[in-house]
Ligand binder design. Structure first.
Ligand SMILES: Cc1ncc(COP(=O)(O)O)c(C=O)c1O
Length: 400
């Protein structure tokens, strides 16, 4: 009989979205007349289609695969040089230098933030913010690793800062944040980098929403901070930037400077370890997708993506405007597609979920699903249409 990885017994059921779906179906069954008017502002998936130039690039690359002269089989596990360079060029245009050799192409920030745990031993002190994108917690739990939480609260604007009394080895940061929409400034990230360098820790920085940063002073990469290449790995993705949630393209930056001592004193490079891991367990993102991604990452390609992002951010503005009018405290919506607000009237998040569904047929995401600090908060997303977002917020306005 196989001995199973019993750490899986400690992973919570992926309860949040299943429970939302269950409650919505129960409501629809009970109120078939209202089913058609339900508006979903809980989704974390994009709704705008791929940009024109991305689609053209997909077609062109598909055509290349049709003839022997340009056909491509297995590619480099790290990604094609042309796309690794396209990522580095994209960073350079945003004022940050990264070495194309430190860029690893992958099929999702979810996969890479999950798989990176393999590089670290079990007995690390792992620091994770609460509320949090659940993947960081679940993947470490699957490995049997212990997690320490740092509180994201109204007092720190949902941006936990280093606590010198805690000696962490691995720190997860996500900025702009899912679910809170909060975004660290450079000074705050500098404090994290200083903490990591002082404590010989590694920061796992998830910048999946960097393209939504609208305030030019805010950092879109941890490498905007000096010294970060000695202590941080960065994960990013075209999922939300370019609507690639179904097309799948991401990249992880593991600088060569990330070298730590093994227990016998030998030096181990995280870059080399990740390279070994990817070469052994991953055969690369499809050529067609990499080709399209390289197009997306050009200046012109990104201009088209920004049109879709502006569309979503107009929704965020509509949501934020209503919350402001109602004096409901919130974060996000300016540098992020997410808006995180305090449940009115002291409600708990699932209570507000039912209240909104029952009274105005608007579905959001209860903050309690992202950690204990989300118990009295609620997440709305700007990934819907203008019409539906406007309608939802007009109903919200009438309700409170
Ligand atoms: C913070 C964060 N990181 C990573 C991801 C996953 O992105 P990908 O589609 O690249 O796997 C998401 C998706 O919702 C996310 O919210």
């Amino acid at each position: 009989m196989p001995k199973l990885n019993e750490n899986y017994l400690n992973v919570q059921d992926s309860y949040l979205f299943a429970e939302i779906a269950r409650r919505v179906s129960a409501y629809e069954e009970l109120h078939p007349d209202k089913a058609g008017s339900i508006i979903r502002l809980g989704i974390g998936d994009v709704t705008r289609p791929l940009t024109k130039s991305a689609v053209e690039a997909l077609h062109k690359a598909a055509d290349e695969q049709a003839v022997p002269e340009t056909f491509k089989g297995y590619g480099p596990e790290q990604g094609y040089a042309f796309v690794r360079k396209a990522v580095a060029d994209y960073y350079r245009r945003n004022g940050v230098n990264v070495d194309p050799d430190s860029v690893f192409i992958s099929d999702g920030a979810k996969s890479d933030t999950g798989n990176i745990t393999e590089l670290f031993a079990k007995d690390n002190v792992i620091l994770v913010p609460d509320p949090v994108y659940p993947v960081y917690v679940d993947t470490n739990t699957m490995d049997g690793k212990q997690i320490i939480y740092m509180n994201g609260t109204e007092e720190n604007n949902f941006l936990p800062m280093p606590d010198e009394s805690v000696k962490a080895d691995i720190i997860y940061l996500c900025s702009p944040n899912n679910p809170t929409g909060a975004c660290y400034n450079t000074e705050q990230l500098r404090k994290w980098v200083e903490y990591a360098l002082k404590n010989d820790a590694v920061i796992l920085f998830d910048s999946a929403y960097e393209a939504f940063v609208s305030e030019p002073k805010l950092p879109r990469s941890i490498y905007a901070v000096e010294g970060a290449k000695k202590c941080a790995i960065e994960f990013c993705s075209l999922s939300k930037t370019a609507g690639f949630t179904g097309t799948r393209f991401s990249y992880t930056i593991v600088p060569e400077e990330l070298v730590f001592s093994a227990s016998d004193g030998r030096q181990m490079s995280l870059h080399d370890m990740w390279n070994r891991r990817q070469s052994t367990k991953f055969n690369g993102t499809p050529y067609i997708i990499q080709y399209a991604a390289a197009q997306v990452l050009t200046e012109e390609g990104m201009k088209e993506c920004m049109e879709n992002i502006s569309y979503y951010m107009e929704n965020a503005r509509i949501i934020a405007e209503t919350l402001k009018k109602k004096d409901i405290p919130f974060t996000g919506g300016v540098n992020s597609p997410y808006i995180w607000f305090k449940c009115p009237g002291g409600m708990e998040s699932w209570e507000l979920f039912d209240y909104l569904l029952e009274n105005i047929q608007v579905v959001g995401t209860p903050g309690g699903g992202f950690g204990v600090n989300g118990k009295n908060y609620f997440r709305l997303t700007s990934f819907g249409t203008h019409e539906k977002t406007k309608e939802a917020m007009e109903r919200f306005d009438r309700l409170f």
